[in-house]
Design a protein around this ligand. Structure first.
Ligand code: GDP
Ligand code: IMO
Ligand code: MG
Length: 427
């Protein structure tokens, strides 16, 4: 068996949570491989709307093993809250969730550092979720971080204090103060709570599952255009959100990767700062925001909206080795007579390109659009591909042609049931 990977191809919030939950019955294991509580993955079914930040989206299926991989950064306080919220819904995460001992811990002082760094950037701030993601990965790379396995050691508190004191020195240099007392109290309570979970060497577990014939799905967080290497740097997150991140974030070798499912919205959104060539500042953008309820699942911030961007999507498909595409939120475009597709960028020197250029951050890039007819009708009664309006099918075919990859799922609403499977996605 091989491990399939599901990830976002845009700037996050493509609908990964919904689709992982939808596909989960076809898998035995769902594993998160990077990111942390900056993620907000929304699941809707049976009248329940639930947002997961740290916990994989297979958690609602009791027969599925959920894994928090070594590539993740974990905020124990947020994790505890999440587990307790699930308990209220009758889901006992202690039964089907394991955490890698190698997962890095987010300390309260990492959150303060995140805030201090952002403040110091002024106008050029990233728009971080302020969950401490960047500083935690920074300490991981600097070989200073604390890992989940450390909570089992007698010296955990000493290690914690050493790192915290280092952070406090840095915060002084930034002339930044924050009250750590309550945060530390919550942190240590949450660390105690963590000890009731199975803390494992998840690379062994995941590889054994793969070798024993189990089906494993790796659930990405954020999106490819936020990848630390390939995104619109420095307006990115601090991890590899792409397929290679699934290998390093779970300890699965590249030759064990099977399908790569790339998820994208029928348009584009971005939350936080950074370039967004197709961003709209008009009534069309407002319509996408209102109809799509484009407000962040983690921070509640309004998401910026714009037309679909093919140079960016082609780039993400290339970097990830996407084998199948899933198009989300088609219903949000129901009210449009015309739909625009950005096929190329025009650079400042007049050159037209369909690559995602290095200059994206510093240059004013103008999108070149092709206009297609909208379907301008509700999709409420559409339950299979054939029943979709002709213009939507044309949109799908146009995208497939441009992207050289099949679009096998079309999502037409937030609920689990509002999902149109066009082709079988697993052999
Ligand atoms: P994720 O971070 O990729 O899991 O996505 P989020 O949960 O942050 O954001 C996606 C939002 O769109 C959530 O509110 C979902 O409930 C919602 N959603 C997902 N698929 C669809 C869809 O096909 N149509 C509509 N209208 N909403 C959707
Ligand atoms: P999901 O998994 C959308 C954005 C932030 C900010 C930048 C860096 O729900 O798709 P960070 O806190 O990581 O240092 O922020 O990345 N960002 C996301 N945007 N969806 C996410 O996750 C995001 N996680 C981070 O808004 O611009
Ligand atoms: Mg989200």
């Amino acid at each position: 068996m091989k491990m399939d990977v599901l990830l976002g191809l845009q700037w996050g919030d493509e609908g990964k949570g919904k689709i992982v939950d939808y596909l989960a019955p076809q898998y035995n294991v769902v594993a998160r491989f990077q990111g942390g509580p900056n993620a907000g993955h929304t699941l809707e079914f049976d009248g329940i709307k639930h947002v997961l930040h740290q916990i994989p989206s297979g958690i609602f299926r009791s027969d599925i093993k959920n894994v928090v991989g070594n590539g993740v950064v974990l905020d124990a306080v947020i994790f505890k809250k999440e587990v307790e919220a699930l308990k209220e819904l009758g889901v006992d995460a202690t039964k089907n969730l394991v955490i890698s001992k190698k997962t890095q811990l987010i300390l309260p002082s990492h959150r303060l550092l995140d805030a201090a760094y952002e403040k110091s950037k002024g106008e050029k701030k990233i728009g971080s979720t302020l969950k401490g993601i960047g500083p935690t990965y920074q300490d991981k790379i600097a070989r200073l971080g604390l890992r989940v396995g450390d909570v089992l050691s007698d010296t955990f508190k000493t290690k914690y204090q050493k790192l915290r004191d280092k952070h406090l020195q840095t915060l002084e240099a930034y002339d930044f103060e924050g009250d750590l007392d309550q945060m530390e109290k919550d942190f240590f309570e949450a660390v105690d709570y963590l000890r009731q979970f199975e803390l494992v060497e998840s690379e062994y577990l995941v590889n054994q599952e793969i070798n024993n014939g189990s089906k494993v799905l790796a659930e990405g967080a954020q999106g490819s255009l936020l990848d630390i290497d390939f995104g619109s740097y420095p307006f990115v997150t601090s991890s590899n959100t792409t397929t290679s991140g699934a290998c390093s974030g779970l300890g699965v070798p590249p030759n064990k990767i099977g399908e790569v499912f790339g998820i994208f919205k029928a348009y584009c959104t971005r939350v936080g700062g950074g370039p967004f060539p197709t961003e709209l500042f008009d009534a069309d953008g407002e319509q996408m925001q209102n109809v799509g309820r484009e407000f962040g699942a983690t921070t509640g911030r309004a998401r910026r909206c714009g037309w679909i961007d093919l140079p960016a999507l082609k780039y993400a498909i290339m970097i990830n080795g996407v084998t199948q595409l899933f198009m989300m939120k088609a219903d949000v475009l129901n009210g449009f007579e015309k739909i625009k597709v950005c096929t190329h960028y025009k650079l400042e020197n007049g050159e037209q390109t369909d690559i995602f250029p290095y200059e994206i951050v510093d240059q004013k890039i103008e999108p070149v659009y092709k206009e297609l007819s909208g379907w301008n009708t509700s999709l409420e009664n559409c339950s299979d591909y054939d029943s979709l309006p002709e213009e939507l099918k044309q949109y799908v075919k146009f995208l497939e042609n441009e992207l050289h990859t099949p679009i096998n799922i079309i999502s037409v609403g937030p609920d689990r049931t509002e999902t149109i499977m066009r082709n079988q996605i697993l052999a």
